[in-house]
Design a protein around this ligand. Structure first.
Ligand code: C2E
Ligand code: CA
Ligand code: CA
Ligand code: CA
Length: 278
C-alpha cells in the first residue's frame, strides 16, 4: 500500500483493516501495560573472552500481561515503534536499567556495564541527549557504566546529524555499540567517522558458524576489521562449543548467548552473580 496521506484509503481492503484493528488493539493494550507496570526487564550477561568473567549485561524488555504468557519484544516493539509509544517505553527501559545497574553497584557487586537498546525513533528524537543525561543524573549511574546499542539503519537517512548525535552521546561519557552488525545497509566508510566503541556481530552469522563457510568468513572478517579499527567486538547468539571455538580462535573480545546465560529477571541474575563472583 502507498504511504502518502489521503491516498491510503484506496488500499484499505478488508485484510488491511483487520491488520490495522489488530495494531490498534495491541497499541491500546501496550499503553495500558506501561501504566499498569506490566513491563519487565530481563538481563543477559556479556562475557569477557579473556577472563571468562561477566563484564556487563544487556537489558531486554518483556511484556507480562496479568495472568497471561510473556510477550516477546519482537511482537510489540515494532508496534511501539510505529505508534510512537516507543518513546515513553524506551525512556522507561533506560531509567529502569540504569536504576538496576546503580542498585547492583550499591549492593557491592562487581561493576557491570549496562547495555540498553535504542530504537530508531528514540535515536532521532530531539530529546535523546537530554533524556540520557537526566536519567544518568537521576540514578547517579556513572556514564561509563552505560552502553547504548544502536543499529545501522538509524544512520542511513541523515549521516551528518547522526554523527552529531553520536558525538554528543560520547561527550556524556557513555559507550556506543552497533547492534546486529552486518545486517543493515552499512557503509563501512561511516565506521571511520562514527565514534563507536563496539560492534556486535549479528546472531544470523553466528548461528551456522559450524557448517557455513560463508558465515565463518564474514564473522572472521568482522572481527579482523574491528581489530584494525581499534573497536571492541562481541558475538551474540552463541549456543554451542563449536561456535565458541571458532570465535575464540579468531580472538573475538566478548561473548553473549544461551551457552553462557539466558536473559533472566534481575533477582535471578543477582543470585547467580553472587554465587559466581570472587
Ligand atoms: P537484540 O538486541 O539483537 O537482542 C538479542 C536477542 O537475542 C534477544 O531476543 C535475546 O534474548 C536473544 N538471544 C540471546 N542469546 C541468544 C542465543 O544464544 N540464541 C538465540 N537464538 N537467541 C539469543 P529478545 O529478548 O527476544 O529481543 C529481540 C529484539 O527486540 C532485540 O534484539 C531488540 O532488537 C529488541 N528489543 C528488546 N528489548 C528492547 C528494548 O528495551 N528496546 C528496544 N528498542 N528494543 C528492544
Ligand atoms: Ca541488542
Ligand atoms: Ca543484536
Ligand atoms: Ca537482533
Amino acid at each position: 500500500a502507498k504511504k502518502d496521506g489521503r491516498n491510503t484509503y484506496r488500499y484499505h481492503t478488508a485484510a488491511l483493516s483487520i491488520a490495522a484493528n489488530e495494531r490498534l488493539r495491541v497499541e491500546n493494550r501496550l499503553r495500558h501495560a506501561l501504566a499498569a507496570e506490566e513491563l519487565v526487564l530481563h538481563y543477559q550477561p556479556l562475557i569477557d573472552a579473556r577472563t571468562r568473567c561477566v563484564v556487563g549485561v544487556e537489558a531486554l524488555v518483556r511484556w507480562q500481561p496479568l495472568g497471561e504468557a510473556i510477550v516477546s519484544p519482537g511482537k510489540f516493539i515494532p508496534v511501539a515503534e510505529e505508534t510512537g509509544l516507543i518513546v515513553p517505553l524506551g525512556e522507561w527501559v533506560l531509567r529502569t536499567a540504569c536504576k538496576q545497574a546503580r542498585a547492583w553497584i550499591d549492593a557491592g557487586l562487581p561493576r557491570l556495564v549496562m547495555a540498553v537498546n535504542l530504537s530508531v525513533r528514540q535515536f532521532q528524537s530531539e530529546n535523546l541527549i537530554g533524556m540520557v543525561q537526566r536519567i544518568l543524573e537521576e540514578t547517579q549511574l556513572p556514564a561509563n557504566c552505560l552502553e547504548l546499542e544502536l543499529t545501522e539503519s538509524m544512520f542511513m537517512e541523515q549521516v551528518e546529524r547522526s554523527i552529531k548525535t553520536l558525538n554528543k552521546l560520547k561527550a556524556l561519557g557513555v559507550n556506543l555499540a552497533i547492534d546486529d552488525f552486518g545486517t543493515g545497509y552499512s557503509s563501512l566508510i561511516y565506521l571511520k567517522r562514527f565514534p563507536i566503541d563496539k560492534l556486535k556481530i549479528d546472531q544470523s552469522f553466528v548461528r551456522d558458524l559450524a557448517d557455513d563457510p560463508n558465515d565463518r568468513e564474514i564473522a572472521a572478517t568482522i572481527i579482523a576489521m574491528a581489530r584494525g579499527l581499534k573497536l571492541n567486538v562481541l558475538a551474540e547468539g552463541i549456543e554451542s562449543e563449536q561456535q565458541l571455538d571458532f570465535l575464540r580462535q579468531h580472538d573475538c573480545d566478548y561473548y553473549q548467548g544461551y551457552l553462557f546465560h539466558r536473559p533472566v529477571p534481575a533477582d535471578e541474575l543477582e543470585t547467580w552473580l553472587r554465587k559466581n563472583s570472587t
